[in-house]
Design a binder for this molecule. Structure first.
Ligand code: DUC
Ligand code: ZN
Ligand code: ZN
Length: 488
């Protein structure tokens, strides 16, 4: 009998901190040994000249999810997970969305039913909380956290999803008590509505005006407020899909002060800009997302904030709506921008874009690429006991990248259920050519190697904020508030 089921030999292995040449021995789906001259194996992959990296973890994507207006994303758990796998990912964490009146248990049952039979890669869920009733706050949410759903998203905008400041405080209190992380869509609802109304009534309803309708100031106001409210309760938050330099700066400042704040940005804010929305007819609808694309100067600032660590998380925010009546044009052939579904596809392109434009072009190190691809997310979202790095004892989730492969992006080559990609025509240097999940090839030779449903649910651990001191607000601190103990 061989020592290992599989060995990967001669590759350049990288973690979030080190790069070295080593062989990797895999047994029973786990990384069993890292070193040289490791012993026998049933199968061997020679990765000479290639990078052997942890499989990516895509922690912000919308898969088989109904929007608040009832629109279904174009990708289900099969096409979404296949597309993720071809983009070098071995794990996804999409959203399980509560719409008002729904119980969280039922929502999670629905999403388990969607993902289990179809996903080809491992998965977890973040809940979306839109209806924080007493039962949700005190029974359902604690139970979901106990069951390994240790993060959830809330919205500061959208009429059918928005939670007000008081509800945010209630949610933060539960998150703090039970060790969960709250993700926040931070945009000021009134500013967006006011601008949208002004633009549409003055005859500016075309898709490109969407970019003006969500001002940068709406983002920075909401980020500021979210940090103030969460800081008052002293609970960790993650500001998702940050698009503006002003927003990023507020996050950097809060982190400097030791607040429990994480930041995420997305490829669209680094690789695309609002000028590209100025297209004839409805074409610009393909680039409507929220927060919207900004200008070229913002792109540079967002890159800088990725480089300097203001953003620990880099996610696709894959929200696939086709350019037809099932998606972008569901309100008719020529809707005004407020009626265009928000979101871009990008689950397969997230990592190739960053590898090519970040690592290969010298903007970030290989180790920083690894941290953004997988390691940071595994730590922040409570998965680092099993995923996120090539470490003995962890799942053998590995993507082998070939820096010699150059491809020009074409929507028809991608594996999602979309007919366009915002990155069409870009030249990408380096591509994940073999992707292993728990030691088994899921992508090799440009082909999917597994059947639907091989992905497994990953229960996540409580959130660890070691090193982020935060502070109890004096008004909540019995030592200085006349001894009032509100149980926080
Ligand atoms: N928020 C997201 O996270 N994704 C798509 C649209 C949105 O508003
Ligand atoms: Zn959002
Ligand atoms: Zn999203």
């Amino acid at each position: 009998m061989s020592d290992f089921d599989l060995k990967i030999v001669n590759g350049t292995v990288a973690s979030a901190s080190e790069t070295y040449t080593a062989d990797i021995g895999i047994k029973d789906g786990l990384i069993a040994a890292i070193g040289r001259r490791l012993g026998s194996a049933d199968d061997v992959i020679d990765a000479a000249g290639q990078y052997v990296l942890p499989g990516g973890i895509e922690a912000h994507c919308h898969i088989e999810q109904e929007s608040s207006s009832g629109l279904m994303t174009a990708d289900d758990y099969y096409s979404g997970s296949v597309s993720a796998a071809f983009g070098g990912n071995t794990c996804i964490v999409p959203f399980a969305a509560q719409h008002r009146g729904q119980s969280l248990a039922k929502v999670l049952e629905t999403y388990h039913g969607r993902a289990g039979p179809k996903s080809v890669i491992d998965y977890s869920f973040h809940l979306i909380i839109s209806d924080p009733t007493d039962d949700v706050l005190h029974n359902e949410l604690p139970q979901a956290i106990e069951d390994g759903i240790t993060s959830f998203k809330i919205y500061m905008t959208y009429d059918r999803l928005i939670v007000d400041d008081g509800q945010m405080l209630d949610i933060f209190t539960v998150a703090k008590k039970h060790g969960a992380l709250t993700m926040i869509h931070a945009e000021n609802n009134a500013m967006i509505k006011w601008m949208s109304d002004k633009l549409v009534t003055s005859g500016h309803g075309e898709p490109k005006y969407h970019a003006l309708s969500h001002p940068r100031a709406a983002e920075s106001e909401a980020i500021n407020r979210a940090i103030a409210l969460a800081g008052f309760i002293d609970t960790p938050i993650l500001i998702v899909h940050v698009s503006s330099a002003a927003g990023a700066r507020i996050i950097a400042e809060a982190r400097y002060e030791g607040r429990k704040v994480f930041g995420e940005t997305c490829p669209q804010y680094m690789f695309l800009n609002m000028e590209q929305m100025d297209l004839p007819g409805m074409q610009g609808a393909q680039l409507c997302c929220s927060p919207p694309l900004r200008d070229r100067a913002s792109q540079e600032e967002i890159w800088r904030c990725l480089q300097n660590g203001t953003f620990q998380v880099y996610s696709s925010d894959h929200a696939p709506y086709r350019f037809d009546s099932s998606g972008k044009l569901s309100a008719g052939p020529t809707p005004e921008f407020p009626k265009i579904a928000n979101g871009l596809p990008g689950i397969e392109m997230r990592l190739p874009l960053l590898f090519s434009e970040g690592f290969m072009k010298g903007r970030i190190s290989l180790n920083h690429f690894v941290s953004l691809a997988a390691t940071n997310v595994s730590r922040i979202y409570g998965m680092d006991h099993c995923k996120g790095s090539i470490t003995e004892g962890k799942d053998a989730d590995i993507a082998i990248w070939d820096p010699e492969v150059t491809r020009v992006v074409k929507a028809t080559d991608l594996h999602d259920n979309m007919e366009y990609t915002p990155y069409e025509g870009m030249e990408i240097i380096g591509w994940p050519i073999t992707v292993l999940q728990r030691g088994k090839a899921i992508v090799a030779n440009n082909e999917l190697q597994v059947e639907r449903g091989v992905g497994q649910f990953v229960p996540r651990r409580k959130i660890d904020c070691t090193g982020m001191p935060g502070r109890l607000a004096p008004e909540l601190d019995p030592a200085v508030n006349f001894g009032v103990d509100l149980g926080l």
